[in-house]
Design a binder for this molecule. Structure first.
Ligand SMILES: C[S@@+](CC[C@H](N)C(=O)[O-])C[C@H]1O[C@@H](n2cnc3c(N)ncnc32)[C@H](O)[C@@H]1O
Length: 255
């Protein structure tokens, strides 16, 4: 996969993209990241990339003409037509499903905003998707772009070294992962659940399955998680309540 990033601060990405799994994956050529400095496309002597908002108000807005020129330059750097993503707090919220969809694209262009954001005409005419990393506001799109790159890269074959790994994580099937423990088995009076130490793999799997359901029910109640839990229950919970009404589940994993 090729990722182009349009930013006013290319230097902000170094530590994250050069370190550990992402650094190794890039060095191995599993994905590449290329930067376009938006300021290089300013046309006035002050190299301005922003201007006052029409209609008044606080702050400055990134200019559509400068963004347009920077994007055209980045798109032309490779033959593959990209999916153009603008990071904005008003976009669709990044989820595991969206990450997986983006990971299938051969090429992404990520546009990072600053100040009060980007002129709406650029978003309307040049951007395929607006994506937010959550309902809060950051000072710029660089951290969101790094979040997106990290989450997408994990789904590129070879990046994690083990193709199965993303499928064992939280959200892969809509459920949260079970809790994890490692040595020492007892520390400071804090004990590991005894089932994990007994070597009974069937019992361990059953315990983990119940933990996943219970955690998801407690930490992600309602909406899609509730529907998924009901489905998982009807498929796999006959052991505890034998297909009885959800509310009567004896293992207390249903509601
Ligand atoms: C201060 S924010 C602009 C916020 C905008 N005025 C608003 O109220 O919707 C500046 C830039 O940071 C980035 N940004 C901030 N929060 C974000 C979020 N939650 N997800 C994605 N990008 C975000 C975007 O690129 C945005 O253009």
């Amino acid at each position: 996969m090729r990722i182009d990033v349009l930013t006013l601060f290319p230097g902000a990405f170094g530590g994250t993209l050069d370190t550990s799994i992402l650094g190794r994956a890039r060095a191995a050529g599993l994905f590449t990241v290329h930067f376009t400095d938006i300021r290089d496309f300013a046309t006035d002597k002050h190299r301005s990339v922003d201007d006052y908002p029409f209609g008044g108000g606080q702050g400055m807005v990134m200019r559509a003409d400068v963004l347009d020129a920077a994007l055209s330059h980045a798109v032309a750097l490779a033959g593959e037509p990209p999916t153009v993503v603008a990071l904005t707090p008003q976009g669709e919220v990044l989820t595991d499903a969206l990450v997986r969809e983006l990971a299938k694209q051969p090429r992404l262009v990520l546009v990072c905003g600053r100040y009060e954001g980007m002129d709406e005409r650029f978003l309307e005419h040049r951007v395929d998707r607006e994506i937010s990393i959550g309902d809060y506001v950051l000072t710029g799109g660089e951290l969101p772009a790094m979040v997106l790159i990290d989450s997408v890269a994990r789904h590129i074959p070879g990046v994690l070294g083990d193709e199965q790994s993303p499928e064992d994580e939280s959200f892969a099937d809509g459920l949260l992962e079970h809790p994890q423990y490692t040595r020492p088995a007892e520390y400071n009076g804090w004990e590991v659940p005894s089932v994990l130490l007994g070597g009974n793999h069937a019992a361990i799997e059953a315990w983990r399955a119940e933990q996943r359901l219970e955690r998801t029910r407690a930490r992600r109640p309602g909406g899609a998680a509730a529907r998924l839990l009901a489905r998982v229950h009807s498929r796999s919970c006959s052991r505890c309540c034998n297909g009885a009404a959800l509310r009567s589940c004896r293992a207390n994993v249903c509601w």
